[in-house]
Design a protein around this ligand. Structure first.
Ligand SMILES: [Zn+2]
Length: 509
């Protein structure tokens, strides 16, 4: 018999130390899709929502779409946004509560609002409460999550199925959404499925949680072994957590969805925590200062391809403004040339459009959003290219697709060129997860000597194939890898560590 599934999504990774809040305007920018638009605008775009739709249509489910919305990682989400989502979602739930067989949600897991440290927990408990009140308390509720989610017990207690991405960069967001739908499908016919959760004390910065590196690599491998050996275990989520949310549930956690005995699943969780603890020191890699990184670059044997100067402190995929100058400014001061960098700077783009292609201008670029990401750089250059900043991902499995599909809007863009550097200026911050960002603007990172990369891990699938070498550079910014610099107040007994806490250990990002 055809199953009827209520569908909705609310996606945001919230950096609570950033002063700019994420409101309706930012979600309108990222996409607010109500009713049928939640299906029409996501079908085939490589996003988690597309994964759900594909599975549902193959399974001949009847989908009841409510609302699906997403915004780029940034500061705290306004209550208006959460109320808007819940208003539309709960209206759909109330209208159809007697006819649905299950619920499917696309969430992130690390969303914080003005008045809630645990928005996903709030959503799940609200839904479960409505279901109980209507006498449908056992209805399966499934959610696909980002691997960077900070998972709460409240969220787990109200869910039936939670299934997170397993790759970082998130090349498997679509597949994870399909797998979540398959698990929901099983839960529709199999009562007794439940998730169990284990938080840990470890808060690890984004550079330390690439899935190809320790500790993620070993914990993920151990999780796959357990899944293969115990048929009761339907999935295991290795959640790296998101370090820049100052909330009690911040940090690395593990969860298991099981149809078997709770104590057996708890023993599996014990094993996984042991694997994490044996490898966690590698999650705090060393970063060089710029002079040291350039010295190492100068000592490289001859080779082709760009040297990546990675700037995790302004990791756009982690929420920061994408206009930090703490790496670019001193790099320009060294006198080095053939530098490629991108900055989000709406004002500078407007100045370039006002001047026109071919004109030479002197602009103050970057460092304008807040006091944490450096000062504006005075740069004289020629405007080489202007565009509307729309591009299609070259790699449809880019980490970027997990955030909103394969068609990317950078806002209007300008390319400013001088003897030292080519600078891509965009109205919207754009995480460096796909080379189409540059290629679409007539720029070739392959031919640069230095590329400034505002990322931690998410750039790797795009840039590793072209890079000559990559150096992580410590610079000012609120996505710093040294978490001791951030004014946490809600972490309780969680541990904040960095590379220096493990003397004698040498770990590379
Ligand atoms: Zn993520």
């Amino acid at each position: 018999m055809t199953k009827t599934i209520l569908f909705g999504g609310l996606y945001h990774e919230t950096h609570t130390f950033l002063s700019h809040e994420t409101g309706m305007a930012e979600f309108e920018d990222g996409g607010i899709n109500i009713g049928q638009a939640a299906l029409d605008r996501n079908r085939g775009n490589g996003s988690p929502a597309a994964g759900f739709i594909d599975y549902a249509e193959k399974a001949d489910w009847r989908i009841l779409p409510t609302v699906q919305m997403a915004a780029q990682p940034a500061g705290k989400v306004t209550d208006e946004v959460v109320d808007f989502f819940l208003g539309h979602f709960l209206a759909g739930l109330d209208r159809h509560i007697g006819e649905i067989d299950g619920i499917y949600l696309v969430l992130h897991g690390a969303m914080v609002s003005q008045s809630s440290d645990d928005v996903e927990g709030l959503i799940m408990t609200t839904i479960r409460g409505r279901l109980h009140a209507a006498g449908r308390g056992n209805l399966p509720v499934a959610a696909v999550l980002d691997l960077h989610g900070n998972i709460s017990q409240a969220m787990v207690d109200s869910a039936t199925v939670l299934r997170a991405y397993r790759e970082n960069p998130h090349t498997d967001a679509y597949e994870s959404a399909v797998a979540t739908a398959a698990l929901l499908d099983r839960a529709l016919d199999l009562p007794g499925i439940k998730p169990l959760h284990r938080s840990t004390k470890y808060v690890i910065s984004p550079v330390g949680v690439g899935s190809a590196n320790e500790p993620m690599k070993s914990v993920l491998a151990a999780a796959r072994l357990i899944e293969a050996s115990d048929p009761d275990i339907l999935t295991i989520n290795v959640m790296a957590g998101y370090a820049y949310s100052d909330i009690p549930d911040c940090g690395f956690s593990l969860s298991i969805v099981t149809k078997g005995a709770t104590d057996t699943a708890e023993k599996h969780l014990d094993v996984l925590v042991g694997v994490l603890e044996a490898n966690v020191a590698a999650g705090y890699p060393h970063e060089d200062d710029l002079a040291t990184a350039l010295g190492k670059a100068d000592a490289l044997p001859p080779g082709s391809g760009p040297i990546l100067l990675i700037e995790p402190a302004d990791n756009i995929g982690g929420g920061t403004p994408g206009d930090a100058t703490g790496l670019l400014a001193p790099l320009l001061e060294t006198g080095r040339s053939n530098i490629l960098a991108a900055l989000a700077d709406r004002e500078a783009v407007a100045q370039c459009f006002a001047a026109g292609v071919g004109q030479t201008v002197t602009l103050m670029i970057g460092g304008k959003t807040d006091a944490h990401h450096g000062e504006p750089i005075r740069l004289k250059g020629t405007i080489e290219h202007l565009s509307d900043g729309v591009f299609e991902l070259e790699n449809p499995k880019s980490h970027m697709a997990s955030m909103g599909g394969t068609s990317i809007r950078m806002g209007r863009c300008a390319v400013l060129v001088n003897a030292q550097a080519k600078i891509l200026l965009s109205e919207r911050k754009t995480a460096p997860m796909d080379l189409g960002q540059y290629h679409s603007q007539g720029l070739r990172p392959e031919d640069a000597t230095y590329v400034v990369v505002k990322a931690a891990v998410s750039h790797r699938s795009a840039y590793e194939p072209i890079q000559r070498a990559a150096f992580y550079v410590d610079s000012p910014g609120l996505c710093t890898s040294d978490l001791r610099r951030l004014p946490y107040s809600k972490l309780g007994d969680k541990v904040i560590r960095c590379h220096d806490c493990y003397p004698g250990r040498v770990a590379k990002p």
